[in-house]
Design a binder for this molecule. Structure first.
Ligand SMILES: Cc1cc2nc3c(=O)[nH]c(=O)nc-3n(C[C@H](O)[C@H](O)[C@H](O)COP(=O)(O)OP(=O)(O)OC[C@H]3O[C@@H](n4cnc5c(N)ncnc54)[C@H](O)[C@@H]3O)c2cc1C
Length: 477
């Protein structure tokens, strides 16, 4: 059964597709300009993958950073390095303008969240690939994704200009004479047509392991993911002429937890990078095999160099992440959660598989940490590792991990004004995009903390421009 709905309001409503950080940032800017919003979300629980973000959001310069060290130029340079020179050599001007908007708007993104929305982002950390500490999170236990999303969502839900429809999947973008005029969606068995300008913020396709991921990266077919196992929605925009860019650029994270209760589950919890940074080591059949502090790419390649142990169609590897007592203490808030979830276990060395080999590995590793030997694998920094004399009854903390598809850098080609470009390089009227659905910012590698940032920066731009569009088109009526 079909129905045509028009949100009752003086001003035309803007349709925001997706309730992750990009969609909620756009919606917040729209209602701040008195423009009504209908948010369409296919899942029962709003927040998308954004709500899972655990490390933080980048911003430069901010009052939370150590004074005088970082600069916009450093952030710009780090981002361009991360994109890689080969990717940067194509569409260079487009990429430069997007990256420049991202970095130069980053301080105002943090200030907006902190000062206008009331989110605590007072702690900063330095993540891999960054030359300075610039990734912001709160001082408390709540991870940054959850605290940002719950704050924006509760403010939007309290606003009478906002209508949030959950369990509603957009299946088609409607156009007339080259202009986007609305969307068709499904809720249960009902088809609904909604008219209005559209902000598309549907995220990436890292969880779409048998669909878009297989199409663009057949080598990653069957990989588990940190994202929800749902289809990507990029095709809905390519169907109306949007250009796609960098679709084969996919970030694989080396360590997602294999849950012993459900080893073949396709969606996995991320084993935070901090576990290795603070001292954790990786073992294959009881032996170390890589400098654990290498980039995500190098560590992943060292793991996947050996054949996988495919479990019920999920392509995964048997790697153990091991922490000593001191490393556990320094990552307690993370690890206590993983222990509670059953993703890590507290065990003695004698209780581990290949326990004799593990004991030998740890004896040798403690000599390396004490400087008695150099590490043949090249690790030079050992975090908080303090175990000096491992014995069979020494307590360690372990979890099984495997590489997981984490983020898709490619997506819809767009402009610094969050407009979508068609094959002729012309902006499609009535449509804006933001967040992981877009391509062109991260190239070969996304810097940690820069995806929450792109959601806020381009989500806000999309919201402001959609609001302006509503004002202009209603003036003409
Ligand atoms: C475990 C984890 C940790 C992370 N940690 C960080 C971090 O610390 N810092 C950082 O910067 N980034 C981090 N990221 C990446 C970051 O969270 C995401 O890239 C970003 O949040 C994407 O936001 P988004 O709004 O574009 O998409 P999402 O948050 O994924 O939201 C998209 C929404 O659109 C909905 N949707 C999709 N298609 C349709 C459709 N057809 N109809 C209706 N609804 C639809 C989806 O259900 C979803 O709710 C992390 C990611 C994961 C998975």
């Amino acid at each position: 059964m079909g129905s045509i709905l028009q949100a009752p309001s003086v001003k035309q409503s803007v349709i925001v597709v997706g309730s992750g950080l990009a969609g909620l940032s756009a919606a917040s800017e729209l209602v701040a300009r008195n423009v009504p919003v209908v948010i369409l979300e296919r899942q029962a629980k709003p927040g998308g993958n954004s709500i899972k973000a655990s490390s933080g959001i980048n911003g430069v310069p901010t009052r939370f950073q150590p004074p005088g060290l970082d600069s916009l130029q450093h952030f710009l340079d780090d981002t361009i390095n991360s994109v890689s020179s080969s990717v940067m050599s194509t569409m260079t001007e487009t990429r430069r303008s997007l990256i420049s908007t991202l970095t130069s708007s980053s301080a105002s993104a943090i200030n907006w969240l902190v000062d206008e929305k009331g989110v605590d982002l007072s702690r900063v950390a330095q993540l891999g690939g960054h030359s300075h500490a610039r990734t912001h999170r709160g001082a408390g236990q709540t991870p940054p994704g959850a605290s940002i999303i719950t704050t924006l969502l509760s403010q939007l839900k309290a606003n009478p200009l906002v209508e949030l429809q959950i369990n509603t999947t957009v299946t088609k973008v409607l156009t007339s004479q080259g202009e986007v005029i609305g969307v068709e969606s499904q809720q249960g068995g009902n088809v609904q047509t909604l008219h209005g300008p559209v902000v598309f913020a549907t995220g990436g396709f890292a969880g779409d392991s048998t669909g878009a991921l297989t199409r663009y990266r057949p080598d990653l077919h069957g990989y588990p993911s940190t994202n929800e196992a749902l289809p990507g929605s990029q095709d809905l925009l390519s169907e109306i002429g949007a250009q796609l860019l960098d679709m084969d650029q996919v970030q694989v994270h080396p360590t997602g937890f294999i849950d012993p209760k459900d080893p073949s589950k396709t969606t996995k919890f991320l084993a935070a990078e901090a576990l290795r940074g603070e001292g954790g080591i990786l073992l294959r059949r009881g032996k170390r095999f890589v400098d654990e502090l290498q980039t995500r790419k190098v560590v992943t390649e060292a793991i996947t160099a050996q054949p996988p142990s495919t479990t019920e169609g999920t392509k995964q590897w048997d790697i153990v992440l091991l922490l000593d007592e001191k490393t556990y203490q320094s990552t307690k808030s993370h690890v206590d959660f993983y222990l509670w979830k059953g993703l890590m276990q507290k065990k003695t060395i004698s209780e581990l598989d290949h326990s004799d080999v593990v004991l030998e590995t740890l004896e040798q590793y403690s000599d390396i940490v004490q400087g008695k030997e150099t590490d043949a694998l090249g690790r030079k920094s050992f975090g908080n590792w303090a175990l000096r004399e491992p014995k069979p009854d020494t307590v360690v903390y372990v979890g099984n991990v495997t590489p997981v598809v984490h983020y898709t850098m490619g997506g819809v080609l767009f402009t610094p004004d969050a407009e979508v470009l068609d094959a002729d390089g012309k902006a499609i009227d009535g449509l804006w995009v933001a967040g992981e659905i877009t391509g062109g910012i991260h190239g070969a590698n996304r810097l940690g903390g820069s995806s929450l940032l792109e959601c806020v920066v381009f989500g806000r731009i999309a919201g402001r421009n959609a609001a302006r569009y509503v004002e202009t088109t209603s003036d003409k009526r």
